[in-house]
Design a protein around this ligand. Structure first.
Ligand SMILES: [Zn+2]
Length: 270
Protein backbone atom coordinates (compact mmCIF):
# COMPACT_ATOMS: atom_id res chain seq x y z
CA UNK A 1 0.00 0.00 0.00
CA UNK A 2 2.85 2.32 0.91
CA UNK A 3 4.25 1.99 -2.61
CA UNK A 4 0.94 2.77 -4.32
CA UNK A 5 -0.53 5.57 -2.26
CA UNK A 6 0.95 8.97 -1.58
CA UNK A 7 2.18 9.34 1.98
CA UNK A 8 -0.34 12.04 2.89
CA UNK A 9 -3.20 9.59 2.28
CA UNK A 10 -1.77 6.89 4.51
CA UNK A 11 -2.52 8.48 7.87
CA UNK A 12 -6.27 8.96 7.22
CA UNK A 13 -6.43 5.36 5.95
CA UNK A 14 -4.85 4.07 9.16
CA UNK A 15 -7.43 6.08 11.08
CA UNK A 16 -10.25 4.46 9.06
CA UNK A 17 -8.85 0.96 9.67
CA UNK A 18 -8.50 1.78 13.34
CA UNK A 19 -12.18 2.67 13.51
CA UNK A 20 -13.16 -0.51 11.64
CA UNK A 21 -11.00 -2.70 13.89
CA UNK A 22 -12.31 -0.95 16.95
CA UNK A 23 -15.78 -2.24 16.08
CA UNK A 24 -14.58 -5.70 15.04
CA UNK A 25 -12.66 -6.30 18.28
CA UNK A 26 -15.22 -4.60 20.49
CA UNK A 27 -15.47 -6.06 23.98
CA UNK A 28 -18.65 -8.11 24.12
CA UNK A 29 -20.77 -8.69 27.18
CA UNK A 30 -19.20 -11.31 29.48
CA UNK A 31 -15.74 -10.96 27.93
CA UNK A 32 -12.87 -10.14 30.29
CA UNK A 33 -11.31 -7.89 27.68
CA UNK A 34 -7.94 -6.19 27.30
CA UNK A 35 -6.79 -2.62 27.80
CA UNK A 36 -4.39 -0.72 25.55
CA UNK A 37 -2.40 1.62 27.75
CA UNK A 38 -1.35 3.68 24.70
CA UNK A 39 -4.71 4.74 23.27
CA UNK A 40 -6.67 3.94 26.44
CA UNK A 41 -9.25 1.80 24.63
CA UNK A 42 -10.56 -1.60 25.73
CA UNK A 43 -11.25 -4.54 23.44
CA UNK A 44 -12.35 -8.17 23.57
CA UNK A 45 -8.79 -9.13 22.59
CA UNK A 46 -5.80 -7.73 20.77
CA UNK A 47 -5.21 -8.65 17.11
CA UNK A 48 -2.81 -11.33 15.89
CA UNK A 49 0.35 -10.05 14.24
CA UNK A 50 0.59 -10.47 10.48
CA UNK A 51 3.83 -12.44 10.16
CA UNK A 52 4.37 -11.69 6.47
CA UNK A 53 7.40 -12.64 4.42
CA UNK A 54 10.00 -10.41 6.07
CA UNK A 55 10.02 -12.23 9.41
CA UNK A 56 11.13 -15.58 10.72
CA UNK A 57 7.77 -17.38 10.97
CA UNK A 58 9.25 -20.12 13.18
CA UNK A 59 10.37 -17.61 15.78
CA UNK A 60 6.92 -16.03 15.71
CA UNK A 61 5.05 -19.33 15.85
CA UNK A 62 4.09 -19.21 19.53
CA UNK A 63 4.04 -15.49 20.13
CA UNK A 64 2.12 -13.68 17.41
CA UNK A 65 -1.42 -14.08 18.71
CA UNK A 66 -3.31 -11.48 20.72
CA UNK A 67 -0.57 -8.85 20.42
CA UNK A 68 -1.54 -5.76 18.42
CA UNK A 69 -3.98 -3.07 19.53
CA UNK A 70 -6.83 -3.02 16.98
CA UNK A 71 -7.05 0.76 17.17
CA UNK A 72 -3.58 2.28 17.59
CA UNK A 73 -1.46 -0.70 16.51
CA UNK A 74 0.53 -0.86 19.75
CA UNK A 75 2.83 -3.82 20.32
CA UNK A 76 3.41 -5.12 23.85
CA UNK A 77 6.58 -3.00 24.07
CA UNK A 78 4.59 0.17 23.42
CA UNK A 79 2.10 -0.71 26.15
CA UNK A 80 4.95 -1.36 28.61
CA UNK A 81 6.38 2.07 27.75
CA UNK A 82 3.01 3.77 28.29
CA UNK A 83 2.63 1.86 31.57
CA UNK A 84 5.92 3.45 32.63
CA UNK A 85 4.83 6.88 31.37
CA UNK A 86 1.56 6.60 33.30
CA UNK A 87 3.47 5.88 36.49
CA UNK A 88 6.14 8.53 35.92
CA UNK A 89 4.36 11.48 34.32
CA UNK A 90 6.19 13.99 36.45
CA UNK A 91 9.57 12.64 35.26
CA UNK A 92 8.71 13.42 31.63
CA UNK A 93 9.66 16.79 30.16
CA UNK A 94 6.96 19.14 28.89
CA UNK A 95 9.02 19.87 25.80
CA UNK A 96 12.07 18.51 24.06
CA UNK A 97 10.58 15.11 23.22
CA UNK A 98 11.85 13.28 20.16
CA UNK A 99 10.76 9.90 18.80
CA UNK A 100 12.55 7.72 16.25
CA UNK A 101 9.89 6.54 13.82
CA UNK A 102 6.43 8.07 13.96
CA UNK A 103 4.99 5.41 16.24
CA UNK A 104 1.23 5.83 16.19
CA UNK A 105 0.65 4.15 19.56
CA UNK A 106 3.13 6.34 21.46
CA UNK A 107 1.80 9.40 19.63
CA UNK A 108 -1.67 8.51 20.91
CA UNK A 109 -0.38 8.53 24.50
CA UNK A 110 1.46 11.82 24.00
CA UNK A 111 -1.62 13.39 22.39
CA UNK A 112 -3.87 12.20 25.21
CA UNK A 113 -1.47 13.71 27.74
CA UNK A 114 -0.84 17.00 25.99
CA UNK A 115 2.84 16.29 25.19
CA UNK A 116 4.43 17.95 22.17
CA UNK A 117 6.98 15.91 20.27
CA UNK A 118 9.11 15.73 17.15
CA UNK A 119 9.34 12.54 15.08
CA UNK A 120 12.57 11.67 13.29
CA UNK A 121 13.67 8.85 11.03
CA UNK A 122 16.04 8.14 8.18
CA UNK A 123 13.49 6.33 6.00
CA UNK A 124 9.98 6.96 7.37
CA UNK A 125 8.58 9.76 5.20
CA UNK A 126 5.85 10.54 7.74
CA UNK A 127 8.51 11.63 10.27
CA UNK A 128 8.98 15.37 10.85
CA UNK A 129 12.76 15.40 10.33
CA UNK A 130 15.10 13.12 8.39
CA UNK A 131 17.84 11.98 10.78
CA UNK A 132 20.65 9.44 10.69
CA UNK A 133 20.94 8.18 14.26
CA UNK A 134 24.69 7.65 13.77
CA UNK A 135 25.26 11.27 12.77
CA UNK A 136 22.54 13.54 14.08
CA UNK A 137 22.30 17.21 13.14
CA UNK A 138 21.16 18.20 16.65
CA UNK A 139 23.41 20.15 19.04
CA UNK A 140 24.62 18.48 22.24
CA UNK A 141 22.01 18.10 25.01
CA UNK A 142 19.01 18.95 22.83
CA UNK A 143 16.38 16.46 24.03
CA UNK A 144 14.74 15.81 27.38
CA UNK A 145 13.13 12.54 26.28
CA UNK A 146 14.24 10.31 23.43
CA UNK A 147 12.03 7.41 22.32
CA UNK A 148 14.02 4.83 20.38
CA UNK A 149 12.29 1.51 19.78
CA UNK A 150 13.76 -1.25 17.65
CA UNK A 151 16.19 0.97 15.79
CA UNK A 152 19.61 -0.27 16.92
CA UNK A 153 19.23 -3.66 15.22
CA UNK A 154 18.98 -1.87 11.85
CA UNK A 155 21.93 0.54 11.89
CA UNK A 156 25.46 -0.30 10.69
CA UNK A 157 27.15 0.66 14.01
CA UNK A 158 24.96 0.61 17.13
CA UNK A 159 27.78 1.80 19.39
CA UNK A 160 28.14 5.01 17.37
CA UNK A 161 24.34 5.39 17.57
CA UNK A 162 24.46 5.01 21.37
CA UNK A 163 27.22 7.62 21.55
CA UNK A 164 25.08 10.00 19.50
CA UNK A 165 22.02 9.34 21.66
CA UNK A 166 24.05 10.16 24.76
CA UNK A 167 25.39 13.32 23.14
CA UNK A 168 21.98 14.79 22.25
CA UNK A 169 20.36 13.84 25.58
CA UNK A 170 20.04 16.58 28.19
CA UNK A 171 21.81 16.01 31.52
CA UNK A 172 18.51 15.30 33.26
CA UNK A 173 16.99 13.62 30.20
CA UNK A 174 15.61 10.12 29.65
CA UNK A 175 16.45 7.80 26.78
CA UNK A 176 13.83 5.07 26.36
CA UNK A 177 15.21 2.10 24.42
CA UNK A 178 13.98 -1.29 23.28
CA UNK A 179 15.81 -3.81 21.11
CA UNK A 180 15.13 -7.38 19.98
CA UNK A 181 16.90 -9.72 22.38
CA UNK A 182 17.57 -13.43 22.22
CA UNK A 183 17.85 -14.81 25.74
CA UNK A 184 19.99 -17.66 24.43
CA UNK A 185 22.71 -15.23 23.38
CA UNK A 186 25.33 -14.11 25.85
CA UNK A 187 26.21 -11.08 23.80
CA UNK A 188 25.26 -9.27 20.60
CA UNK A 189 25.37 -11.38 17.46
CA UNK A 190 26.29 -9.58 14.25
CA UNK A 191 28.01 -10.68 11.08
CA UNK A 192 28.47 -8.24 8.22
CA UNK A 193 28.96 -11.10 5.75
CA UNK A 194 25.25 -11.95 6.15
CA UNK A 195 23.65 -9.75 3.51
CA UNK A 196 20.88 -11.70 1.77
CA UNK A 197 17.38 -11.06 3.08
CA UNK A 198 16.62 -14.73 3.65
CA UNK A 199 19.85 -15.14 5.61
CA UNK A 200 19.11 -12.07 7.72
CA UNK A 201 15.69 -13.55 8.53
CA UNK A 202 17.34 -16.80 9.55
CA UNK A 203 20.10 -15.26 11.66
CA UNK A 204 18.52 -12.04 12.97
CA UNK A 205 14.78 -12.76 12.71
CA UNK A 206 13.86 -10.09 10.19
CA UNK A 207 14.96 -9.22 6.65
CA UNK A 208 16.25 -5.75 7.53
CA UNK A 209 18.00 -6.57 10.82
CA UNK A 210 21.79 -6.67 10.91
CA UNK A 211 22.19 -8.03 14.45
CA UNK A 212 20.47 -9.64 17.42
CA UNK A 213 21.13 -8.46 20.96
CA UNK A 214 21.83 -10.82 23.86
CA UNK A 215 21.75 -10.89 27.64
CA UNK A 216 24.45 -8.27 28.07
CA UNK A 217 22.50 -5.36 26.59
CA UNK A 218 22.18 -3.67 29.99
CA UNK A 219 25.96 -3.99 30.41
CA UNK A 220 26.48 -2.47 26.95
CA UNK A 221 24.34 0.51 27.97
CA UNK A 222 26.23 0.98 31.23
CA UNK A 223 29.54 0.81 29.35
CA UNK A 224 28.14 3.45 26.99
CA UNK A 225 27.76 5.82 29.93
CA UNK A 226 24.13 5.35 30.95
CA UNK A 227 22.54 4.41 34.22
CA UNK A 228 19.80 1.92 33.45
CA UNK A 229 16.39 1.18 34.90
CA UNK A 230 14.60 -1.84 33.43
CA UNK A 231 10.82 -1.89 33.17
CA UNK A 232 9.71 -5.51 32.99
CA UNK A 233 6.48 -6.29 31.14
CA UNK A 234 5.83 -9.33 33.33
CA UNK A 235 4.76 -6.97 36.08
CA UNK A 236 1.99 -5.29 34.14
CA UNK A 237 -1.67 -5.81 35.10
CA UNK A 238 -3.41 -8.91 33.65
CA UNK A 239 -5.73 -6.89 31.43
CA UNK A 240 -2.78 -5.73 29.35
CA UNK A 241 -2.05 -9.39 28.51
CA UNK A 242 0.08 -10.29 25.54
CA UNK A 243 3.24 -8.80 26.92
CA UNK A 244 5.96 -10.64 25.01
CA UNK A 245 6.10 -10.69 21.27
CA UNK A 246 5.04 -10.75 18.53
CA UNK A 247 8.39 -12.57 18.12
CA UNK A 248 10.17 -14.49 20.85
CA UNK A 249 12.99 -11.96 20.64
CA UNK A 250 10.57 -9.03 20.83
CA UNK A 251 11.43 -8.79 24.46
CA UNK A 252 9.30 -7.51 27.32
CA UNK A 253 12.06 -5.33 28.74
CA UNK A 254 12.14 -1.58 28.29
CA UNK A 255 15.37 0.24 29.13
CA UNK A 256 15.07 3.67 30.74
CA UNK A 257 18.51 5.25 30.43
CA UNK A 258 19.92 8.36 32.03
CA UNK A 259 23.30 9.97 31.86
CA UNK A 260 23.23 10.90 35.56
CA UNK A 261 22.03 8.87 38.53
CA UNK A 262 18.58 7.32 38.53
CA UNK A 263 16.36 9.91 40.15
CA UNK A 264 12.82 8.74 40.59
CA UNK A 265 12.98 5.56 42.63
CA UNK A 266 16.56 4.98 43.65
CA UNK A 267 17.15 2.40 40.97
CA UNK A 268 14.47 -0.13 41.89
CA UNK A 269 12.81 -1.90 39.01
CA UNK A 270 9.10 -1.60 38.29
ZN1 LIG B 1 -4.24 1.13 21.43
Amino acid sequence: MRKILPEKLLTPLVEINGKKNEWRYKKRRGEKGVLCLCCGKTFGSFMDFDIGAVYDAERYAKTYRNKICPYCGSFPRHRIICYYFNKNKTALPEKGIVMFGAERSIKKWFDRNGCRYTTVDLFDRTADVKVDIQNMQFPDKTWGLIICNHVLEHVPDYKIALRELKRVLKDDGILELTVPTDKNLETVYEDSSIVKKKDKIKHFGQSDHVRMFGNDFEKILIESGFSVEIVNGDNLPDETAGIVGPADYDDNRVYICRTGNIQNDGGSRC
